[in-house]
Design a protein around this ligand. Structure first.
Ligand code: R5P
Length: 314
């Protein structure tokens, strides 16, 4: 294989541990890149190796600080295009702004669409991502979007625990389909929390729909941000007689007091992915982090080899 036929992977600064792991599993060296900040906060990017004619992947979840990481991604892609990379794939293990995917009230932007437009301004050839807040966000792009799921990685782990009387709980009605899909993979029943959210970043649990008494409950969400949703869901499940409660989510947004809220909820286990790096300072009891690196590595190799990726979507 000539050098030009090999994969090149660059990382922004959002999640270097995940990017390093992906490179290791894919057996390619990390692309040399220099990212700095000027004194006024402007981002400065320099690609430190030749990318002419290469198939390049840029790994950058647009997690906190979302705007800085988005800007970094955009500048990296611009640098790559101007340096004549043959193909650029933006790899966003976490797609920030995803929750603002529709007009929920008058005179608000559809920010998830705006972010898609911004990314596409830099003319990437495709997008690789995981567990978008809403599947329809794929349609905000006019380039191909490969949308991976954390579910296969999580299901393998949960199945290894051999839990009896397992119930998958969606913390809101919007996540019911995700919970049902996951339940089939782990032979679990389904329950739904009827949640009302009076204001942004505030959740209020109303009712548990489904039988959770004496059951091992697994709450499944796409992300934990403030921890409010999942904390209140845990409380409701315990009040309804749940035997144990495990908390599972793909994206560890974990803003502000979220670790404290998770610890207060006293989960039997908190299972998260590494799409967003969890720093040591965020101390969460009974935490298990499952790596998505192998899945991203397989997707990258499949895209590179122009093979069918659908086997990864089940
Ligand atoms: C909401 O629709 C999402 O799926 C999550 O449930 C929510 O964003 C989690 O946020 P928080 O942890 O702040 O309640």
């Amino acid at each position: 294989m000539s050098n030009k036929d090999s994969i090149l992977i660059f990382s922004g600064s959002a999640n270097k541990p995940l990017a390093s792991e992906i490179c290791k599993v894919t057996n390619v060296p990390e692309g040399a890149i220099n990212i700095k900040k000027f004194s006024d906060g402007e981002v400065s990017v320099r690609i430190e190796e030749n990318v002419r004619g290469r198939d390049v992947f840029v790994i950058q979840p647009t997690s906190f600080p979302a705007n800085d990481h988005l800007m970094e991604l955009i500048l990296i892609m611009d640098a790559l295009r101007r340096a004549s990379a043959r193909r650029v794939t933006a790899v966003l293990p976490y797609y920030g702004y995803g929750r603002q995917d529709r007009k929920v009230e008058p005179r608000v932007p559809i920010s998830a669409r705006v972010v898609a437009d911004l990314i596409q301004t830099m003319l990437p050839h495709r997008l690789l991502t995981m567990d978008l807040h809403a599947d329809q966000i794929q349609g905000f792009f006019s380039i191909p979007v490969d949308h991976l799921y954390f579910a296969p990685v999580l299901a393998e782990y949960i199945n290894s625990k051999n839990l009896q009387d397992l119930v998958i709980v969606s913390p809101d009605s919007g996540g019911a389909e995700r919970a049902r899909f996951f339940g089939k993979k782990v032979n679990g029943g389904l329950a739904i929390i009827d949640k009302r959210r009076p204001r942004a970043n505030e959740s209020e649990v109303m009712n548990v729909i489904g039988d959770v008494k004496g059951k091992n409950c697994l709450i499944l969400d796409d992300m934990i941000d403030t921890g409010g949703t999942i904390g209140k869901a845990a409380k409701a499940l315990k009040e309804n007689g749940a035997l144990s409660v495990i908390c599972c989510a793909t994206h560890a947004v974990l803003s502000g007091e979220a670790p404290d809220k998770l610890n207060e909820a006293n989960f039997d286990e908190v299972v998260l992915s590494n799409t967003i790096h969890i720093p040591e300072s965020k101390k969460i009891n009974n935490l298990k982090v499952l790596s998505t690196a192998s899945l991203f590595s397989r997707a990258i190799q499949i895209i590179h080899n122009e093979e069918s990726i659908s086997s990864l979507f089940i």
